[in-house]
Design a protein around this ligand. Structure first.
Ligand code: DGI
Ligand code: FE
Ligand code: FE
Ligand code: FE
Length: 188
């Protein structure tokens, strides 16, 4: 595996400056949450840094990787927003020698969440949402809830992201709905 310094260099070469600075902020936010919730700090650092590794790859790279790795063919009906996590994790194996499944799952699930998420996965999902430069109505509430209860933060983000997608007539990826059902909706 790459050292943190080598990984930083890769990121700097593959991401535009704005995105690169976002991943540094997600790393720092993930480390803070990892301290708060007693999760491995080094894994939080690497996962935070890697989560958007593939964000700026052209579509044809993702399409080739989906075919090469025989990933779910339904992925071909989606785009960068869904690909950069799930398919990005495959590129991290190929190109950066990152094989830790908890880190890879944190990258895979950082956009849509998942029915089952480890503490590290929840941390990266939340760090991406509440890093210091994020500015949207409700972000301070999201930061406060996440500091009180990590799972409650996951539920908050999941609910608000789904509401945002629906309000804007965006297609909802099935995993996003599964996450909503698992973390937000409760049968009475
Ligand atoms: O990569 P980032 O911009 O840091 O953040 P992200 O990976 O969490 O989200 C990328 C985009 O994906 C964001 O605009 C919200 C969008 N998104 C999340 N869930 C879904 C989705 N887009 C669609 N169409 N469907 C989803 O279910
Ligand atoms: Fe992302
Ligand atoms: Fe996110
Ligand atoms: Fe991100």
């Amino acid at each position: 595996p790459l050292t943190r310094d080598a990984l930083i260099e890769r990121l700097q070469n593959s991401l535009r400056p704005k995105r690169f600075h976002h991943v540094l902020r997600v790393e720092q936010t993930a480390i803070k949450l990892a301290k708060r919730y007693h999760v491995d700090l080094e894994k939080a650092s690497i996962a935070g840094l890697c989560h958007d590794y593939a964000k700026q790859r052209p579509d044809d790279v993702f399409i080739a990787e989906i075919k090469k790795k025989h990933l779910d063919p339904d992925l071909l009906n989606w785009g960068n927003a869904i690909w950069h996590g799930v398919v990005g994790a495959e590129l991290l194996k190929d190109e950066c020698g990152i094989w830790d499944e908890d880190i890879l799952n944190a990258v895979r699930h950082h956009t849509t969440g998942a029915v089952v998420m480890s503490p590290l996965e929840q941390i990266v999902y939340m760090a991406d949402y509440i890093e210091p430069a994020r500015d949207f109505p409700g972000v301070d509430r999201a930061r406060q809830i996440t500091d009180e209860d990590l799972g409650a933060g996951v539920a908050y983000q999941t609910k608000h992201t789904l509401a945002y997608l629906i309000k804007n007539n965006k297609p909802v990826y099935p995993k996003t709905i599964e996450t909503y059902n698992a973390w937000v909706a409760k049968y009475e």
